[in-house]
Write a protein that binds this ligand. Structure first.
Ligand code: SF4
Length: 205
């Protein structure tokens, strides 16, 4: 099963297929993998030993960034994410990015966000919409409308902690909504990245 895969010169990490959301644009609805990589549906959630072995055996030539992304929300396994990040940092010079829906505090209510400091260099947080109502329609979180504010608080906190943070929207929203998202990000002092929607497996970053 594919725990590590290479995409656009980076090493992507797939530690879980779990996710409390059901985004309308989620690639998992349309494909089983990214480009010509093997299926990203895991046979089981890999143990720490399996992750370390797969990392040791992975051809890391020329790779300087590790990205937790995969076919699921990485913070569903927040403890494993941190153990893996620690292992990567101890055994390579790679920086670590996490692509996340920003809902770790709803997934694990007692999780201490300061644990990310020193192990995660950057976060890409899915903003997806300019308000809670539209967020619910696009992201469809199992937590309901409170998820929007929790996601925003997460991004703010990471930014305040000095971890490089970017928010993203996918081009399934209108130009007006994208402008509202940009204004919201400007207020927070966090850059916004607009990702093109693709329905095939060409892009999932
Ligand atoms: S948060 Fe990510 S993995 Fe989860 S449904 Fe949305 S796009 Fe898919």
């Amino acid at each position: 099963m594919t725990i590590f895969y290479r995409f656009e010169g980076k090493m992507y990490i797939n530690i879980t297929n779990g996710c409390p959301c059901d985004c309308v644009f989620c690639l998992r609805n349309n494909a089983d993998s990214i480009k010509d990589n093997d299926s990203l549906w895991l046979e089981h959630e890999p143990s720490f030993e399996e992750i370390c072995k797969a990392f040791d055996e992975f051809d890391k030539t020329g790779i300087s960034e590790a990205v937790f992304c995969g076919y699921g929300e990485p913070t569903v396994r927040a403890d494993m994410l941190l153990r893996t990040a620690e292992y990567i940092k101890a055994n390579s010079a790679m920086t670590v990015r996490v692509n996340t829906n920003g809902l770790v505090k709803l997934i694990h209510k007692d999780f201490d966000l300061t644990r990310f400091k020193g192990l995660v260099d950057s976060f890409s947080v899915s903003l997806n919409a300019p308000n809670a109502k539209r967020y619910n329609e696009i992201t469809r979180p199992s937590f309901g409308e409170k998820a929007f504010d929790v996601m925003l608080e997460f991004a703010e906190k990471m930014h305040e902690m000095g971890i490089k943070t970017v928010m993203t929207v996918v081009s399934v929203i209108s130009d007006e909504e994208t402008a509202e998202c940009r204004a919201l990000c400007d207020k927070l002092g966090i850059p916004l990245r607009v990702r093109a929607y693709v329905s095939d497996n060409e892009s999932y970053t």
